[in-house]
Design a protein around this ligand. Structure first.
Ligand code: ADP
Ligand code: MG
Ligand code: MG
Length: 246
């Protein structure tokens, strides 16, 4: 499970996370909701090991292992998958090669044999089929000219291929249309199982119309101020953050 205790972090000398406590047991999907600027993205960046964030206190472990001490690649090898608000575009890098390289670096770290181009295509096509996606996107450059929905599809494909044990998904606060929400939701729902857990970070309750979380946590001012069941998301939608957190 993911266990975060008393986590504090700052950027450019400004404290953003002010003592996060959170447990996501294996097999569960949890949502983090909160108003803009509450520290949601900061939490996902800190967990992913992005540069520029200083961890000033507390801990984050995954199955008992300190993830904050790991390099980002080590986190991926340990079964973490982190998807971000703004997917990077890589001109000149073929998507199939990119995805295969990501898969092979994880397999290598686990001591498993690498997958060759032919075997990868077979695997990727099978995943695309279960996700009801076209295999066109394998031939294109990574995210270049992809629509918002295609970027989301690519992210979901990547998650399905890498088969993480914990996915942390930071969903954009704006511009994510209903179709894109459905793509992400179906991707996460397809992964649900006893060995998979997810932390879905979102500004909007809408996403939770498609993914039913086991728990909902409200992040405000760098702290989790309230936790509850799926009904908490509905309450937030109806009453707003200020009232629910009061
Ligand atoms: P959310 O994802 O919940 O909208 P963020 O984690 O993006 O919130 O931001 C949390 C707070 O951190 C905001 O007040 C934001 O202005 C501040 N912040 C983000 N990046 C920086 C930075 N580089 N320097 C100073 N403050 C920052
Ligand atoms: Mg924001
Ligand atoms: Mg954010």
């Amino acid at each position: 499970m993911l266990k975060i205790e008393g986590l504090t972090a700052e950027i450019d000398g400004k404290q953003i996370l002010k003592g996060i406590n959170l447990e996501v047991p294996t097999g569960e999907i949890h949502a983090i909701m909160g108003p803009n600027g509450s520290g949601k993205s900061t939490l996902s960046y800190v967990l992913s090991g992005r540069e520029g964030y200083e961890i000033t206190g507390g801990s984050a472990t995954f199955n008992g292992v300190d993830i904050l001490a790991m390099e980002p690649e080590e986190r991926a090898a340990a079964g973490l998958f982190l998807a971000f608000q703004y997917p990077v575009e890589l001109p000149g890098v073929g998507n199939a090669n990119f995805l295969r390289t990501a898969l092979n670096s994880i397999r290598k770290a686990k001591g498993e044999p690498e997958v060759d181009a032919m075997a990868f295509l077979k695997l990727a096509r099978a995943k695309l089929k279960t996700l009801q996606m076209s295999d066109d996107m394998l031939k294109r450059n990574v995210n270049v000219g992809f629509s918002g929905g295609e970027k989301k599809r690519n992210e979901v494909l990547q998650m399905a291929l890498l088969e993480p044990s914990l996915a942390i998904l930071d969903e954009t606060d704006s511009g994510l249309d209903i179709d894109a929400l459905k793509i992400v939701s179906e991707g996460v729902n397809a992964m649900r199982g006893p060995n998979f857990s997810a932390l879905v970070i979102t500004h909007y309750q809408r996403l939770l119309d498609y993914i039913t979380p086991d728990r909902v946590h409200v992040l405000m001012g760098g702290r989790i101020v309230k936790s509850g069941g799926p009904e908490l998301a509905l309450e937030l939608e109806a009453e707003g953050y200020a009232k629910v957190a009061a």
